[in-house]
Design a protein around this ligand. Structure first.
Ligand code: NAD
Length: 387
């Protein structure tokens, strides 16, 4: 059986070989709650090569059956299958916590929240991958007495994955799922954090007319100076052909917005949780006559006045939950996973202390990962002679 997809091509493979020698996780169980798609296979197997017993479950709606099959074939204990059922997913997460892992690799804060509601001795700490998870966990930092390093807050994760990779993969997903042109279309991006910046830039490079809606006036100013329109929210929605959410917030696009949306608009979400587009509100609105499955990954709401509103991937992360998803580029994930592996190694060997609860990746790890990636990435990257 061969791996389902291309595994890491950069620093991750070197870490895997190193971990097979150094065995930083010997005797430890690592619990993971991260998207189970081909690229995460490389991370999970890298940690296993370092001696860890792995117990893994996925995230809501993004688990790929082939990946689960491959991981099981390689001896990883995988809990659950693909599901969009929140209760089922919560039970899978509880099962991971029930194994009392010594390290947690979390994606969205679910595992650490599970640990807090059912604490056990022996947790050394762990990592949280996302903005959304950091937002949930930071207020609880006082109750977590172990190091928790937020991968998302590494500058490397911010520019390599959130900005460059998410931007391109959301554009790629939009094109693949809709098979429509973006040229001259009005795209409205909600959120101008790292992901929103990449998405806005990618759609502009595909010749869309891009507007940004931001609640933070500083980020709105940055979008303006980057050359994007920053109109009033409802004015932007009234003109939009494409609406993309990337905020980490709830109900950014709501049922009430149906009053202003134009016919044939496409809505999609790039944020971690499927809550940014309030799908229930859109479907139950008195303006909505019915919902049709229009094509693979596209649901169309038919409104009473004849307007059509298309929703991609049911409001789940469009670049990971739609049909034939590729997710973010292998190289960007390789960098993120190298950060994960080095952070978990640092927690296991005690070089990161208990005071570092829900904090960014330490600078020494960022520098180590950057150097390794530049070395592995090849001669196309110019390096100063003394680096
Ligand atoms: N799809 C993917 O592959 C992928 C990858 C990485 C992160 N994410 C997710 O994308 C989301 C955004 O991540 P980020 O790193 O850009 O976060 P961020 O915190 O850097 O930026 C979010 C921005 O959204 C703005 N915002 C919040 N509520 C808003 C609202 N109602 N309307 C308009 N703007 C609003 C904030 O002011 C902020 O500037 C998170 O949920 C994150 O987990 C997705």
């Amino acid at each position: 059986m061969s791996p389902p997809g291309t595994a890491t091509a950069g620093c991750g493979s070197e870490i895997s070989a190193e971990f097979a020698r150094t065995r930083p996780f010997d005797g430890l169980t690592i619990g993971t709650g991260i998207h189970l798609e081909p690229k995460t296979v490389a991370l999970i197997l890298t940690l296993a090569s370092g001696g860890a017993r792995m117990i893994s479950t996925g995230n809501l709606s993004s688990t790929q059956a082939e990946t689960v099959g491959y991981l099981r074939h390689r001896g990883v204990q995988v809990i659950g299958e693909t599901t969009t059922d929140r209760a089922r997913h919560a039970a899978d997460l509880r099962e991971v916590i029930g194994e009392k892992p010594g390290l947690l690799l979390d994606n969205g804060g679910d595992l650490f929240l599970g640990y807090l509601s059912d604490p056990y001795p022996g947790l050394l700490g762990g990592t949280e991958e996302t903005t959304s998870g950091r937002t949930r966990l930071r207020p609880l930092a006082g109750r977590l007495d172990v190091p928790v390093l937020v991968i998302n807050d590494s500058p490397i994760k911010q520019f390599a994955e959130n900005r460059h990779a998410v931007g391109l993969s959301v554009l790629e997903s939009y094109l693949r799922i809709t098979n429509r042109m973006t040229n001259g279309r009005r795209a409205v991006v909600f959120g101008y954090g790292a992901c929103g910046k990449g998405i806005a830039a990618a759609f502009r490079s595909a010749h869309a007319l891009v507007a940004v809606i931001e609640t933070d006036p500083v980020a709105r100013l940055e979008a303006c100076l980057d050359g994007f329109d920053v109109p009033a929210r409802d004015d932007a929605l009234r003109e939009a052909d494409i609406v993309i959410t990337a905020t980490g917030a709830d109900a950014v696009v709501r049922g009430a917005d149906l009053a202003v949306l134009r016919d044939d608009v496409v809505l999609c979400n790039a944020g971690h949780f499927p809550v940014e587009i309030a799908v229930d509100e859109l479907e139950s609105s008195p303006l909505t006559r019915r919902r049709e499955a229009a094509a693979d990954g596209i649901a169309t709401l038919l409104l009473d006045d004849g307007r059509r509103v298309h929703l991609l991937a049911g409001g789940h992360m469009v670049n990971l939950a739609g049909p034939r998803p590729l997710g973010n580029s292998i190289e960007s994930m390789d960098l993120g996973f190298a950060l994960q592996a080095r952070c978990l190694e640092a927690i296991a060997n005690g070089s990161v202390g208990a005071g570092q609860v829900v904090v960014a990746v330490p600078r020494f790890i960022d520098e180590r990962v950057a150097r390794a990636f530049l070395d592995a990435y090849g001669t196309s990257v110019t390096r100063p002679a003394d680096a």
